[in-house]
Design a protein around this ligand. Sequence first.
Ligand code: ADE
Length: 225
Amino acid sequence: MQFSILTLFPEIIDAYASASIMGRARKNGVIDVQAINIRDFTTDPHKKVDDSPFGGGSGMVLACQPVESAFESLLPLQEPARVLITTPAGRKFDHPFALELSQCKQLVILCGHYEGFDERIMQLIPGIEEVSIGDFVLTGGELPALCMMDAITRLLPGAVQKFSSVEADSFYDGLLDYPHYTRPAEYKGLRAPDVLLSGNHAEIAKWRKAQALQKTKLARPDLLE
Ligand code: ADE
């Protein structure tokens, strides 16, 4: 999968996407990440990419020209492609959405910025989809872009060594993950559940399923509806 991130802070994208699972997926050719600096595409002599909002108000608004030019530098996209823009006003990103996006060959993410972006960007880039990672407001779209890239990458074949661990994780089967334990079997008087030490794989699977159900019922009953 090709991730193309349009941002004013490419170094943030590069730093995260070079470490851990994403870094390895990049080295193995499972993903490619290009972080494109929108500022490189402005025609403004002072390299400005934003301006104050018409009608007044605080903050700066990301302007049309540098965003459109940065996007056009990516054309033609590798199909199937999707183009996203990060905004708290967008469709909520979740596991089914991540699965849907993992089917793309190329994913373009335009990182929103402080007060927002010129609304005409929605018309200049046909098919662009607004996406939110939750009901809170961040100062920029880099963290939302990275959250989505991370969640999508781990769904791609070859990104995580054992795909069974992805399938067992929260949300894959509609349930939250079961609790995990590791050595030592007892720590400061706290014992790991005996069933996990029993070697009886059928019993372990049964216990895990029951725990996942109980945890989901308590913490996220909405997932069971
Ligand atoms: N930009 C600012 N806040 C955001 C959020 N919650 N999701 C996506 N983009 C954002």
